[in-house]
Design a protein around this ligand. Sequence first.
Ligand SMILES: NC(=O)c1ccc[n+]([C@@H]2O[C@H](COP(=O)([O-])OP(=O)(O)OC[C@H]3O[C@@H](n4cnc5c(N)ncnc54)[C@H](O)[C@@H]3O)[C@@H](O)[C@H]2O)c1
Length: 354
Amino acid sequence: MIRIGIIGMGIRGTMFADTIGQNQYAELAAFAEFNDSTREKAKACYQVTAYRDYRELIDKEKMDAVIVSTPDFLHKDAVICAANRGLHILCEKPFSTSSAECEEMAAAIEKNNVKCLVAFENHWNLPVVSAKNEIESGAIGNILNINGRLNDTLFVPTELLPWARKGSSVGWFLFPHMVDMISWLSGKIVASVYAVGTKKKLLSLGIDLYDSIQTILNYTDGTHSTICSSWVLPNSMPLIYDLKVEIIGTEGALYLDTNDQMLRKGTGSAYTHVHTLGTRINGLATGGANFMVHYFVDALRKNEVIEANEKAGLINTRIVEAIHRSLESGKVEELPAEQPYPGVTGINSPNLIG
Ligand SMILES: NC(=O)c1ccc[n+]([C@@H]2O[C@H](COP(=O)([O-])OP(=O)(O)OC[C@H]3O[C@@H](n4cnc5c(N)ncnc54)[C@H](O)[C@@H]3O)[C@@H](O)[C@H]2O)c1
């Protein structure tokens, strides 16, 4: 059995705990949760030892790995502490909101020779994996550019994430996914970025954060992509998020849209898109995040190389950091020469197919 501890039992931590419970090769060892009422609620639900301090969890429990699912700006210390104890790590995105911190985290992971998966879950997200397969089949030729957007409703920064204003932004929360996705799909290396942003709606609510950020990514091969994300869609939208991507190649194009989840619900009070990418089938949740956890367990029990790892996390943070620098400087920001994102096989997590 792969014994896994979780640090941070909020929305993501409890989803990870549920998914571990669905994996025949893994078990939840214990967890750490800072907030008293969240910890008590999770303890009652999962019936394992609950710690307030993650260092106590790491010191006392016999575990193979930990999942770090604390807020965006609180990943570093837990990751380094776990790595120094020889534990494998699944760390939420962004790996950190600072590339200097990512370097320290990657150094600890590499020094202790532990595995690390950064939660770039689109590598296991059905439509994104289908797009990757189409690209790899040669159906659209060579990629010329990718234009993507990932937006959330206003509910996300104002209600869902109470910590958003303390150390995150629409850029830190959403761009790690977009940067990862287009890097993974295109295999291209970002040479420089240019970004503009708007601060109006959230500011009017007393929150000093960007409403929207638009970015051009220039690749080393002379081609370009654009990404934009907004945190102020009206709460009446039929789904909490809106992900759309167009991928234009020399021989064709792909259009990805997860906003319409293929099931629409109208009731007396609202019209919504029912979330279908993740529905439980035979008791198993089938979303990208769930497949990602199964992949992590398999990589540990089979001692396989994890490719969406700390290096991908570091490159990703460098790019998102440069986007934030460009927002402030109004200039094109250059990036150091990097390797392209490594690929992963993702969707056919073997433990689910026999
Ligand atoms: N991969 C994805 O698609 C995806 C989606 C949503 C969120 N995320 C990321 O997951 C992370 C967590 O997000 P969330 O939505 O679950 O937030 P959340 O606020 O619901 O949960 C975070 C939890 O961590 C706890 N915590 C904070 N500091 C702690 C500490 N030192 N020790 C133990 N617990 C601590 C908080 O009390 C809270 O319960 C963020 O980095 C976020 O960006 C990733």
